[in-house]
Ligand binder design. Structure first.
Ligand code: HEC
Length: 191
């Protein structure tokens, strides 16, 4: 936390060689005071609050439910939107990337999802010890990578396959760790 305890010496300790000596020192002290006042004010606004939470160590603390509902789902929907099946009175058709910009965007959406798998894997808040957990995350990553590759090649069939593989990857992890989301695991016939 920023507090009145900050002193010029403390700042000079942080910024070696930063302070002048002799005649310029007084003016420098005033500048330091202004700086400290500015820092104190900004700490009131909360903009330096992160400095007081170094324990996160650069890793996410977003809870799993929030990550899934707000981050994973939203980004997967963007990927799936490029291969959505539309049905109306004129028949069925896929919404598909129409031009170079669309293909670029489809690739960006897939790469965003791919990167999110690293976020999930390295989260501080979500630490599941079961080894299948990581395998399921990897499966999402592979599907996202395939989607990005397909978009780069402008290969719609491959994009479609990757979208299905992505869906399978989400569903299979849910079946393993949150079966209620997918309507439960189907009962074995005869049981
Ligand atoms: C590594 C396992 C795993 C993978 C992969 C996974 N999920 Fe999940 N997901 C879970 C678990 C576990 C929950 C239940 C979280 C809870 O309720 O605390 C969940 C919950 C959800 C929820 C419900 C969130 C809420 O608000 O209740 C959505 C939506 C979701 N996941 C979407 C996805 C999508 C889309 C994908 C694939 C792109 C995906 N998930 C991949 C494990 C996974």
């Amino acid at each position: 936390m920023i507090s009145q305890h900050w002193s010029r010496d403390w700042l000079l300790y942080l910024l070696p060689n930063a302070g002048p000596s002799g005649a310029d020192a007084k003016e420098y002290d005033m500048k330091v005071q202004h700086l400290l006042l500015g820092l104190a004010a900004s700490s009131l606004l909360g903009s330096v609050a992160v400095a007081s939470r170094p324990a996160e160590n650069g890793r996410s603390s977003l809870e799993l439910k929030e990550f899934m509902g707000h981050v994973m789902q939203r980004n997967a929907e963007q990927v799936w939107a490029w291969t959505a099946l539309e049905i109306d009175k004129d028949g069925e058709r896929y919404t598909r990337p129409q031009n170079d910009q669309d293909w670029e965007n489809a690739e960006s959406d897939a790469l965003t999802l791919q990167e999110l798998t690293y976020s999930l894997r390295n989260s501080r808040a979500i630490a599941v010890r079961d080894p299948r957990w990581v395998e399921h995350i990897d499966r999402v990553r592979v599907a996202a990578r395939q989607s990005a590759d397909a978009a780069e090649r402008k290969d719609f069939q491959a994009l479609l396959l990757a979208a299905n593989a992505l869906n399978d990857a989400c569903v299979s992890c849910h079946l393993a760790f949150a079966p209620q989301l997918e309507g439960g695991i189907p009962a074995y016939p005869g049981t």
